[in-house]
Design a protein around this ligand. Sequence first.
Ligand SMILES: Cc1cc2nc3c(=O)[nH]c(=O)nc-3n(C[C@H](O)[C@H](O)[C@H](O)COP(=O)(O)O)c2cc1C
Length: 201
Amino acid sequence: MDTFDAIYQRRSVKAYDPQHEMSDAEVTKLMEAAVQSPTSFNMQNWRFVLIKENKELRAKLREASYNQAQVEEASLVIILAADLNAHADNPARYWKDAPEETSKMMSGMLAGFYEGKDQLQRDEAQRSCAIAGQTIMLAAKAMGYDTCPMIGFDIEKVGQLINLPENHLISFMITVGKQVKAAWPKPGQLELSEVVIRDQF
Ligand SMILES: Cc1cc2nc3c(=O)[nH]c(=O)nc-3n(C[C@H](O)[C@H](O)[C@H](O)COP(=O)(O)O)c2cc1C
């Protein structure tokens, strides 16, 4: 699928065929695309929690998501989480295929850039998840699936449901499935003249 077609055809779809099953090969293809997303210093701080067959967990997740049906009816739910300590967790592995000198330099810079800066670590986690989320949504569209990004859930409860480790955060979740009802008409984009700033505000 053409990139622009995927961008324009992606919509937040909330009604999915609950009978449809995504194959493991499709899930792998989607996640392999997700990890192509860029991250600062290539630190790959995202963690993708996939919830597919576990019906009991899905039901609890739906409850924690203010009963939004798509959480139970989609073929796959992806919770985009991040490791806030990724910058310090053996960073040389993020540059394992680079020349040794580059690897040493980049992993040294990475640790120093984020060390002790809690807000920056959290911002980076959100940036990485947001970018990977868009990759997932566009890749899913190209694979014949629809998606819905979601923050309408109790983040504490969902953290408990997935045993979110210390030093991690949840950014948002994405449902993926076969749509049975189209998204409502596009609600309306702001004019470029309001959102595009040339040179300075
Ligand atoms: C971070 C984020 C959280 C969202 N949370 C929800 C949600 O909890 N439930 C829902 O139905 N839609 C949710 N949406 C979908 C938005 O309502 C939707 O993206 C917006 O209305 C634009 O429509 P479109 O995505 O079809 O272009 C969310 C979107 C984003 C980006």
